[in-house]
Write a protein that binds this ligand. Structure first.
Ligand SMILES: [Zn+2]
Length: 103
């Protein structure tokens, strides 16, 4: 049921409009490599956070005591939701990407 010419003038290219959501085209989010999140390992010796993979993060100790017992300097740092894809790991492909970000 595609009703062309039914929408208001100038709105046919509105990406949020329901008539343009029929066939969304999703591509892998480049910012998080499709993971949806960014994980960080925290080195409490140097006070530095390094981005790491989920697998690495899950293997890291949660507390400094635990880390020291294992003679490690890394504990779990921040796990943040990817801002670009909102944790989905995919972003809607935009033909005119530049226009999209200027709004
Ligand atoms: Zn992302």
């Amino acid at each position: 049921m595609y009703e062309s010419g039914y929408y208001p003038p100038g709105a046919e290219h509105d990406p949020r409009a329901p008539w343009n959501e029929k066939e969304p085209h999703y591509v892998k989010c480049e910012a998080c490599n499709g993971e949806g999140c960014h994980w960080h390992a925290y080195n409490f010796e140097t006070n530095e956070e390094t981005e790491c993979t989920e697998e690495t993060w899950l293997c890291l100790p949660e507390t400094e005591e635990e880390a020291e017992a294992k003679r490690q300097h890394y504990i779990r740092g921040e796990k943040e939701t990817c801002e670009v894809c909102d944790g989905v790991g995919e972003v809607e492909y935009e033909e005119d990407y530049d226009d999209y970000y200027e709004r």
